[in-house]
Design a protein around this ligand. Structure first.
Ligand code: UD1
Ligand code: UDP
Length: 388
């Protein structure tokens, strides 16, 4: 056993996607307890959605900043986290803080870390659209986080290339794969059952829908819901399953336009085990979610991406993801094509691990140890997709 002091690593997250993607990394850090002392801080930018994930994985945070308020503004979330996390950082003095992705939590936690002269590691670094308003404010959150960062855990070769293009140090960038693929191996089960399957007709296909992004609120979301409503009425053998995000803007429109419609099932947000297993049984997926775009290729599910652009171009390049935007007629014809053209469907439904191989968390802990001179540099994840 080494006599060197353990490295104190503080993992900070606050929303559903961050929790889902940080969970396997927390497990790996705790497994390597000879090397790492792990502190878990949740901001609770999301309350119910975060608690759902922590409960499923049995994660008990060391600190809960409890910041969520209904209809919170970006300024509210950012300022409260900055202030509350500052106190925790001063008390704990970690060797490294790890944040994830592009949320207000990631940005505010990075800023607080930087102000305290503490090292910062960014999990899921280097994703870019290069359009600061799309997605808003996530694109700017991740650029600003990467500007303050010391160690970058880029999921793919493409995200590494983006960081190099910004002049980040090559030695500080590790291509790890996305931790969400590690999570899939914790959630997917062949014997899974959900009471929803008793309500759905086994002879019918179902589309899984999620939608929540700020830039989609209002008219864009309305067009999508109209497209879903109209196409679902055209097919005898089709159902729609829509777990509705708790954001009040999404709840109100979904209720107004789709509640009570035959063949459309509006349901509460699913926990991650349910969501992954239900996604696996779907015919295809329609979403504006980031994380769902990464999971679907590993599950062999085609995705119509309800956005103009994506920071996850690997899936578009490989043919699993198709960007359809939010124009009603474009969405309707893309849905009809997938529902009616078997060849087109099969081309999109090829299962492939574009975003990770299930070993991202191990690579990240090894990279952390390498950064502090305690291990060899890990080998990069290679998906086979080019970084063009
Ligand atoms: C945030 C992230 C976005 C991510 C999304 C995941 C930012 C800037 N955006 O957006 O990148 O895709 O989370 O879902 O951080 N609410 C609840 N209970 C919950 C969660 C949310 O009631 O468990 C409601 C609250 O009224 C809250 C609102 O949803 O005010 C919006 O939540 P917020 O985290 O501010 O923004 P999201 O749109 O969820
Ligand atoms: N997800 C979930 N329950 C749901 C919808 C999504 O557990 O009802 C999971 C999904 O598997 C993915 C993550 O939530 O891992 C994506 O979160 P979200 O779409 O809220 O945020 P984004 O990824 O767009 O930032």
């Amino acid at each position: 056993m080494s006599s060197e002091k353990r490295l104190k690593v503080m993992v900070v997250f606050g929303t559903r996607p961050e929790a889902i993607k940080m969970a396997p990394l927390i497990f790996q850090l705790k497994k390597e307890k000879h090397l790492f002392e792990t502190k878990v801080v949740v901001t609770s930018q999301h309350r119910e959605l975060l608690d759902q994930v922590c409960q499923v994985f049995g994660i008990v945070p060391d600190y809960d900043l409890d910041v969520m308020s209904e209809r919170q503004s970006l300024v509210d979330v950012t300022t409260v986290i900055l202030e509350k996390l500052d106190a925790v950082l001063k008390k704990e003095q970690p060797d490294m803080v790890l944040v994830h992705g592009d949320t207000a939590t990631a940005f505010a936690a990075s800023l607080a870390t930087f102000y305290n002269h503490i090292k910062l590691g960014h999990v899921e670094a280097g994703l870019r659209t290069w359009d600061k308003l799309s997605p808003f404010p996530e694109e700017m959150n991740r650029q600003l986080t990467d500007a303050m960062c010391d160690v970058y855990f880029a999921p793919t070769a493409k995200s590494r290339a983006n960081l190099l293009q910004e002049g980040r140090s090559q030695d500080a960038i590790f291509v790890t794969g996305n931790t969400v693929i590690d999570t899939l191996s914790l959630t997917i089960s062949d014997s899974y059952h959900h009471e929803l399957f008793d309500r759905l007709d086994a002879n019918k296909r179902f589309i899984l829908l999620t939608m929540h992004r700020r830039e989609s609120h209002g008219d864009a979301m309305k067009e999508v819901f109209e497209a879903i409503y109209e196409v679902s009425a055209e097919y005898e053998d089709l159902e729609i399953v829509f777990p509705v995000h708790p954001n009040p803007n999404v709840q109100a429109l979904a209720k107004q336009m789709l509640d009570g419609v035959e063949h459309i099932h509006l349901i509460s947000p699913l926990d991650v085990v349910d969501f992954h297993n239900i996604a696996r049984r779907s015919y295809f997926i329609m979403t504006d979610s980031g994380g769902v775009q990464e999971e679907a290729p590993s599950l062999g599910k085609p995705v119509l991406v309800l956005r103009k652009e994506t920071e996850r171009p690997e899936g578009v390049q490989a043919g699993t993801l198709r960007l359809v935007g939010t124009d009603k007629e474009t969405i309707k014809s893309a849905m009809r094509e997938l529902l009616g053209d078997r060849e087109c469907y099969n081309r999109m439904a090829r299962a492939q691990n574009l975003y990770g191989d299930g070993c991202a968390s191990e690579r990240i802990t090894q990279a952390l140890a390498y950064h502090f001179g305690r291990a060899e540099r890990p080998l990069d994840f290679a998906s086979g997709v080019s970084d063009e």
